[in-house]
Structures are given as C-alpha cells and as structure tokens.
Design a protein around this ligand. Structure first.
Ligand code: UDP
Ligand code: MG
Length: 310
C-alpha cells in the first residue's frame, strides 16, 4: 500500500488543530497508508500538547516541534524531510485552519494516480477575503511573473499541494535558506496539474501573517527567483543614455547656431558620461554578486526525471 504523509505547519493553532483533525480523518480511508505530520513552528500556546494528545490516541499522527518560530517555509521543509524519512510515496502540504479544504484530498490523490508528479491548488476567486489583501495579491502575481518569467504561478495559488516521490526528492535538493515554495515548484519542473477551489474562511483563530510580513514574503519570492536588483542600474543606465544623447545634441546645436567652438559646453556631457560609466560598473558588480549567489546556494545543476542507467 502506498504511504501518503500529510504535512501541517502550525503556529499558535490551539484553536484549530482538533477541528482540523476531526475534519481530515474523514478523508483518510484504507486505500493508502495515511499519516499526518504536524509541524509545530515554535508555538507559544498549547499546540504541541494537543498534537501529543492526538498522537497518543491515533497512531497515524506524528509531530515535529521546532525550538522557536522559524516560519511556515521552514515548517514545510521539515515536513517534507520527515515524509522522506518515513519513506512516503507522496506528501500533501496543507494549512491547519481549513482554508485548504480536506475535501480536495481524494481529488489530489486521483491526479497523483493519473501520473502527475505535482498537483497544486488555486482559489478560483477570493469572495469573502479582505479586499486590500486581494488587491495586493493581484499586484504581487503580476510583478512576480514579470521579474521571474514564471507564468505558472497564478493569482490565488496556495501552498496546498501533493508532491510525489520524485518531487519530494527534488524539493529537498533545493537548500535555499530563504525559501519560496511556489517558486521552487516552478524551478523543479515535472508534470503538474492545477486544481481550483472556492475560497474558504479560516475556521477559528487569527491569521499569522500581518501586512508587513506578507510584503516581505512577496519580495523574498521575487528576489530569490529573479535578478530583481538589476532593474535599478538598468533604469538609471537608460535615463543617463537619453540625457547624454540630449546634451550632446544640444551642445552641437548651440555650436552650430552660434557658429563658434567655444559655445560647445563639455560639462553636462562629462557629468552624464561619468554617471553612465559608474552605472555600468555597478550593473556588472551586481551581476557578479548574482553569480556568487548562484554558486553558494548550490541549487542542483539538473534534476533527473528518469533514466535507464542502473
Ligand atoms: N504558520 C506557520 N508558521 C508561521 C506562520 C504560519 O507554521 O510562522 C502556519 C499556520 O499555523 C497555518 C499556515 O501556516 O497552518 C497558514 O497560516 P495563516 O492561516 O495564518 O495564513 P493565511 O492563510 O492568513 O495566509
Ligand atoms: Mg489561513
């Protein structure tokens, strides 16, 4: 029987863990060897004790508890690592607040059996979500796809997803310490399927993501999967080139209309040219830093899908 581990990051979720448990077990039938791995991301409330109590009464329940809050990305990584340790054939990542509806689990598994390696989910719309969050999410996805050239990540995409064994292995090969799972999904490739569902409200408790944390996370996603900072010297370079052209033209025009070489003023041209040279230097310095980043974070040179070499 195939083993499927469900990974559930939790941070101060004492209000939701039991509600989640009672809901998710309805979908854990005997067709798979199901396990639920709660990742306690340094909760300061009773979350860990609730996990321990569930693990005592139900042998399918496991937990991993952090020494402090490391963030949801770290919790997802730890969960996938635990799923691999348990020799799982597939892993499902989902939130504990029922915003990732468990009723999709059979559908995720159906697409897994159809041969998809990675099945991810997306909210059809955000009816019921905060208007401001909806707006900023839309802006984020536009900016993100512009800079990263990732056309797969659509507005409303969730972390709720199923990874088969190949994707589990590939996911763990990406050791980035600043992690952005949705970007990693695009990066690793493989056969993917997107499932859409209706927006669900958090069942209890409060969101753990303030506006500032969301903004930082959005920027992290962009900078980790693009050469974002190069945009700055590119824009300055463009402005300075236009200015240089304009100043040269203006000085030639002066000299010609007045008719003396003395009317030709080198000063603005020199300023533009020096600025442009500095900007170009900064551009190449930044490019060099990007090359160094690429080396130090050791992303795999390639990720194998299949081969007949034993
Ligand atoms: N979470 C976590 N660590 C954090 C913040 C959140 O493990 O530092 C978990 C949280 O317990 C929940 C999931 O990540 O299961 C999504 O968080 P939340 O519902 O607060 O985010 P939102 O749905 O509002 O984006
Ligand atoms: Mg939520």
């Amino acid at each position: 029987m195939k083993r499927v581990s469900i990974i559930v990051p939790c941070y101060n979720e004492h209000e939701t863990i039991e509600i989640y448990y009672n809901e998710v077990i309805k979908y854990l039938d005997n067709s798979y060897d199901f396990r639920v791995i709660f990742v306690n991301d340094g909760s300061k409330d009773d979350s860990l004790n609730i996990m321990k109590a569930l693990a005592t009464k139900d042998e399918r329940i496991y937990y991993v508890s952090f020494s402090r809050n490391f963030g949801k990305e770290a919790a997802m990584y730890a969960g996938i690592e635990a799923a691999k340790k348990m020799d799982s054939d597939a892993a499902i990542i989902m939130d504990v607040d029922l915003q990732d509806p468990p009723y999709l689990i059979p559908e995720l598994l159906k697409e897994y059996e159809n041969g998809y390696n990675l099945i991810y989910t997306k909210q059809k719309d955000r009816n019921g979500a905060k208007k401001s969050t909806t707006f900023f999410a839309l802006v984020f996805y536009k900016v993100y796809s512009f800079f990263t050239k990732d056309k797969e990540l659509a507005n409303g995409a969730r972390d709720y997803s199923l990874l088969d064994r190949k994707v589990i292995d590939a996911f763990l090969m990406i050791k980035d310490s600043d992690r952005f799972t949705k970007g990693i999904y695009h990066y690793v490739g493989f056969n993917k399927k997107c499932i859409e569902f209706e927006y669900e409200k958090r069942v209890a408790g409060e969101t753990k993501w303030g506006f500032r944390k969301l903004l930082e996370y959005a920027f992290l996603g962009i900078k980790e999967f693009s050469d974002f900072y190069l945009i700055i010297p590119k824009i300055f370079g463009l402005i300075l080139t236009v200015l240089l052209g304009y100043d040269i033209g203006r000085q030639i025009y002066n000299a010609v209309t007045i008719g003396t070489y003395d009317a030709f003023n080198w000063t603005p041209i020199r300023i533009d040219a020096v600025g442009l040279v500095i900007t170009i230097l900064i551009y190449y310095l930044l490019k060099l830093l990007y090359d160094i980043r690429a080396q130090v974070r050791h992303r795999p040179v390639y990720i194998e899908d299949e081969s007949n070499i034993k």
